[in-house]
Design a protein around this ligand. Structure first.
Ligand SMILES: *Cc1c(COP(=O)(O)O)cnc(C)c1O
Length: 361
């Protein structure tokens, strides 16, 4: 018998569960389980992708200068403190690899995104879950959860799957109050959907212990392309660049993301449609007696009386070709997370859930 073993923590990782995309025996399905943009990417992004295919024999630019410059221009950031990765997932993984190891603790919150726990374990660190209050991240509970061993705190703002937000003064209080060895990571995957929110960029600029992560996967409709980025203090970005593979992003990825970023009309139209349909769908579902918090993202967390009712409603939706997300793994066995689709998808969801509720009552 050989004695080959993986690093500590790795066998504790339960593989990430993606949103389902198929229903047995149903051909016309609408996928509302992964918070994808129902309108897809910008045409200009797709053109850039096709153009980049002519140079597939060339290695890509290792410094991502053109994309970083476009990001810095759009968001008013320091180009030298931006790092691009294979989705924001890769930036999250770099942060854990660089700042947490065996014996260190990584804090995430009760209903937080599952990649924080997975990346902490992959780095050999100990993930520590702290509670939220009524589905909102609670700064005092995070501070109470910090120990001598804490190195990282991850918060998604807006949160997934809650869709709720922590306000700017609470975030500042957290950044001001964390122990000196702790880096605060603000995951802004859904920041574009909250009008006027900078994803935490100004907090990064005023603090040396805050990093922001962002993505092209949601508002830009490029989940399949795999491009995300981070913004942080120069010292942190320097560290992350040391462990980043020199060719982590291909030229088609870089050129497509840049074209998507520059096409403001498309992304702004997607955001406006999301705003409108999210309000409409929430009103429709609360009108059927369901509990749905106001969402700041591109999905709704719909809470039922109990798990049995949530499962039954999921089945009713599936029977009509509508795939949504069960979120028991996020502490919500009684809820379904439903991505805001296009108008026809939202109407179908409202119709099926209305009929389902009529039969329950
Ligand atoms: C979708 C999502 C991401 C984005 O991940 P990518 O790797 O950039 O596709 C990050 N954080 C949260 C909370 C998300 O929901």
């Amino acid at each position: 018998m050989s004695d080959i073993k993986p690093q500590p923590g790795i066998l504790e990782i339960a593989p990430y569960q993606g949103g389902a995309s198929k229903i047995e025996g149903v051909s016309d399905v609408v996928k509302l389980s992964s918070n994808e943009n129902p309108f897809g990417p910008s045409d200009k992004a797709m053109d850039a992708f096709r153009r980049a295919s002519h140079d597939l024999h060339r290695y890509p630019n290792t410094h991502h200068t053109s994309l970083r410059t476009a990001i810095a221009d759009q968001h008013g950031l320091d180009v030298d403190r931006i790092i691009c990765g294979v989705g924001s997932d890769e930036i999250i993984a770099f942060l854990c690899q660089a700042y947490a190891g065996v014996g260190d603790e990584v804090i995430y919150t009760e209903h937080g995104f599952s990649m924080y726990r997975i990346s902490a374990l992959a780095a050999g660190a100990t993930p520590v879950m702290v509670g939220e209050t009524d589905r909102v991240v609670d700064v005092d509970k995070i501070l109470a959860g910090c120990t001598r061993r804490t190195r990282l705190v991850f918060i998604a703002n807006p949160g997934n799957p809650t869709g709720t937000m922590v306000n700017a003064s609470e975030l500042k209080r957290l950044a001001d109050s964390l122990p000196g060895k702790v880096l605060l990571v603000l995951d802004g995957a859904y920041a574009e959907f909250e009008d006027g929110y900078d994803g935490g960029a100004s907090l990064v600029d005023s603090h040396d212990n805050v990093v922001m992560t962002r993505t092209f996967s949601k508002a830009y409709g490029l989940g399949g392309l795999r491009v995300g980025w981070g913004y942080g203090p120069a010292k942190v970005i320097d560290v992350l660049n040391r462990i980043r593979g020199p060719f982590n992003l291909s030229e088609p990825q870089l050129a497509t993301a840049e074209a998507a970023l520059r096409d403001r009309d498309h992304v702004e139209r997607c955001i406006r449609e999301n705003d409108r349909l999210r309000v409409w769908l929430r009103e429709s579902l609360t009108g059927h007696g369901l509990d749905v918090d106001e969402s700041h993202a591109n999905f709704l967390l719909v809470r039922f009386a109990d798990e049995t009712e949530a499962v039954a409603c999921d089945e009713a939706l599936k029977a009509e070709g509508l795939i949504v997300r069960r979120v028991g793994g996020y502490g919500f066995p009684e809820a379904l997370r439903i991505t805001v689709g296009d108008e026809s998808a939202c109407r179908r969801v409202a119709h099926v859930i209305g009929r389902f509720r009529g039969a329950v009552e």
